[in-house]
Design a protein around this ligand. Structure first.
Ligand code: TXA
Ligand code: MG
Length: 338
């Protein structure tokens, strides 16, 4: 946006992206959480392309991205007062609300044939412009292959989906780095179906009531997406709980090349043979850790290490989203650091 010619080219690109959506194409767009793979949520063929490109199971519904709360009138009943309050407070921003779905305005495959729908209004400056300019509901899951870590920059998207999408919008890296918090508002008290970028503490402060974290049983979670293994590199990945110290012994065999993902403050406890990726400054830097987590997992995935360890953070309302993603990636393999 620095000078007129750049501005003109941005306008032209926004037009091109809108046209692509109108013709049922899929385009990867930046958001403040992770990159999304977007398509017109009213067009079943376009939605089908998203599931195909990602290799995503059809029973896993997509989040619908909007730029104006008025768009919801076309497919949800009038909003609850508390939902309105939360939307006013957190939107645009990294939280999705599950609401009852009405009518057949949205393609039924976008919502996996459910009678509810998750909606979100992103704040990313470029992502938001694209959604505004397109002026249609855009279904957008994370723009990764199913099972891989979500993409936090355009290169990750190209690594996963090159040739399978109409285009990838290159913009700055995602700010939060983990996906939106998904709050089920179809019944009261509301429940967190997926912890994420907005913490439970933030939610409770606005709602003035306690919010349950409820993922449901692993077979039948509220969010179908939570039952799948996620974000995993191909090597075994193990969480070290309780902190890394001088006494931490990693259970590895002699010939194994070892990777460790941990706060910078843990580096001094680790011998030089270990491939170390610094996640954040120290053990309380949850936001920084979330921002860097998926890129670190991708680097380890493509490195020659045989086994990966990752530092486990304290469990508290601020770290929930981060720890959820770490456990999902490890499949709950845990050792103690002391
Ligand atoms: O931050 C985000 O939310 C990113 C960006 C691109 O907006 N999107 C994202 O989408 O993470 P996806 O498809 O990767 O994850 C959507 C999650 C899944 O776990 C899905 O099961 C759940 O939301 N979900 C969507 N609609 C739902 C519904 N009606 N009921 C329950 N869960 C739903
Ligand atoms: Mg995803």
């Amino acid at each position: 946006l620095e000078n007129k010619s750049q501005k003109a080219s941005l306008e032209e690109k926004l037009d091109e992206i809108k046209t692509a959506f109108t013709y049922g194409e899929i385009v990867a767009i930046p958001t403040e959480t992770v990159y999304g793979l977007a398509a017109d949520a009213r067009n079943p063929e376009a939605i089908h392309k998203i599931f195909q490109a990602k290799g995503r199971p059809g029973d896993n519904p997509l989040i619908i991205h909007i730029h104006d709360v008025a768009q919801l009138e076309k497919f949800t009943p009038p909003l609850d007062k508390r939902v309105k309050t939360m939307m006013a407070h957190f939107w645009p921003g990294p939280i999705s609300f599950i609401l009852p779905l009405v009518g057949d305005y949205l393609a039924s495959n976008a919502v996996a044939e459910l009678n509810s729908v998750a909606v979100r209004m992103p704040s990313h400056p470029v992502g938001r412009k694209i959604i505004q300019h397109a002026d249609m509901p855009l279904a957008a899951p994370s723009a990764n292959l199913s099972g891989k870590p979500s993409p936090t920059n355009a290169h990750h998207v190209i690594d996963d989906l090159n040739n399978k999408v109409y285009g990838v919008v290159d913009s700055e890296s995602a700010d939060y780095g983990i996906e939106s918090t998904v709050l089920d508002c179809t019944q009261f008290p509301y429940r967190i179906a997926r912890p994420g970028a907005i913490s439970r503490a933030d939610l409770e402060a606005v709602l003035n009531v306690e919010v349950e974290s409820f993922e449901g049983d692993s077979d039948k979670p509220i969010s179908p997406g939570m039952k799948y293994k996620h974000y995993a590199p191909h090597q075994p990945l193990i969480v070290i709980e309780g902190g890394i110290t001088n006494n931490t012994k990693l259970p590895v065999e002699r010939h194994q090349k070892v990777g460790l993902i941990a706060p910078e403050s843990c580096r001094e406890f680790i011998d030089g043979e270990v491939q170390f990726i610094s996640l954040c400054r120290d053990e309380q830097s949850y936001k920084e850790a979330a921002r860097n987590l998926y890129a670190a997992l991708r680097v380890m995935d493509t490195s020659d290490v045989d086994i990966i360890f990752i530092h486990g953070f304290d469990k508290n309302p601020e770290s929930e989203g981060l720890m959820n993603r770490i456990y999902k990636a490890t499949g709950n393999e845990v050792i103690s650091g002391d």
